[in-house]
Design a protein around this ligand. Sequence first.
Ligand SMILES: [Zn+2]
Length: 226
Amino acid sequence: MTDSKVYGEFKGPYRQKSVKQRILALFLGNLGKVIGREIILRAARDPKTKKEPENWHQRLSELRTDDGYTILSWRNRGDLRVQEYLMPNATKRKKAGKRVRPNDETWVAILERAKHCCEWSEGGHVCGLHEGDVDPVGGGRVKLTPDHRNPHSLNPDADPSDQSQWTALCGRHQVTKKNYWDSATGKMNTYAIVQFATRPEKEIVFKFLLEYFGYEMDEKGGIKRK
Ligand SMILES: [Zn+2]
């Protein structure tokens, strides 16, 4: 496959106040172009101290999940490599409604129950990252925040004083949950789940869909109607 990607450039210095705003300025100045990790790190650096933020990846995720920007990665686009990102346009999705939080007392009780570790559980495996640890997958220090067990819109009367309704999640798993659940509709975000799946998992889904729509694959990988 020929490499037809157009790469973006560093147009800094980026003097915006926060890491997130500097990364956003970089992407908005390079719409439709591929941005690599190196340039993101350079743009995210504190303009005064030149310190590289360790949590840039988290901030980038927040641009997607909290601010509603589309930022594609290798997970969504087959021609992007790991550590390459692309913002196709400056359109923002509509934001979900205001989030309810547990009250301070309840949050303390939740953290005690969780022993200050992320409570995300997937296939019987609990994340268990401790507050302040380095996240070996996402990078950066773990900061736990409250998450409502049900998508907010399914239960708008979330009780801020009932600890059983809340879990403590690390930043990476907050993002995972937000990607999986569309909190505006309360429905599972099937498309996002498939995007975030591994390649072998995607292959299983692909084969299922071929079968479902009445297609089959020949030995050369060609697809035809059954
Ligand atoms: Zn976690």
